[in-house]
Design a protein around this ligand. Structure first.
Ligand code: CDP
Ligand code: ZN
Length: 166
């Protein structure tokens, strides 16, 4: 079967907000009185991006590649996982066309950090930061996000075949 020229992927992740942890979103350490709980640095946005990349190239999800039962991944920067997902995608012969991400958080404000988040993601994946769009929304104080029990993130990505290096 011929390899499709373009493929899409989607990623979604949720982490609980707890006291005593740093809040890291898109590789930015955001000043806040709570942080996200998790085995790694719990960067919910980067986990959604990783899952979108893996999904686009048909490689399952982040837990398949970096199990949270593995002590080697404890406290690890999710940017390292993102870099590995990018490499796995390239190995499959694909590169990123663009991605669109959403952070769902009642607080804190994400907009002041969007530029840096875009640059962080683009930097690790070696792409132009214009190919990375980051949006944020509250849930109008509704549900677990609105009550500030957790933060979630979503990412949609388009990839295309890249010429193979010989
Ligand atoms: O309905 P809409 O998403 O426009 O309203 P909102 O949830 O109150 O968010 C208003 C704007 O604030 C969004 O468009 C985001 O740009 C920004 N925002 C943010 O920077 N950080 C958040 N945690 C939530 C929203
Ligand atoms: Zn996660």
């Amino acid at each position: 079967m011929e390899k499709p020229g373009f493929k899409i992927g989607s990623g979604y992740d949720v982490h609980r907000l707890v006291p005593g942890r740093k809040l890291i979103i898109g590789g930015v350490n955001i000043s806040f009185d709570r942080g996200l709980m998790g085995h790694s640095d719990a960067d919910v946005l980067i986990h959604a991006v990783c899952d979108a990349i893996l999904g686009a190239v048909g490689l399952g999800d982040i837990g398949d590649h970096f199990p949270d039962t593995d002590p080697g991944y404890k406290g690890i920067s999710s940017m390292v996982l993102l870099e590995e997902c990018g490499a796995l995608m390239e190995k499959q012969g694909y590169g990123i066309v663009n991605m669109d991400c959403i952070v769902f958080a009642q607080a804190p404000k994400i907009s002041p950090h969007k530029k840096k988040i875009k640059e962080n993601i683009a930097g690790v994946l070696n792409i132009d930061s214009n190919l990375v769009n980051v949006k944020a929304t509250t849930t109008e104080k509704l549900g677990f996000i609105g009550k500030e029990h957790g933060i979630c993130a979503q990412c949609t990505i388009l990839v295309k075949t890249i010429p193979q290096k010989i």
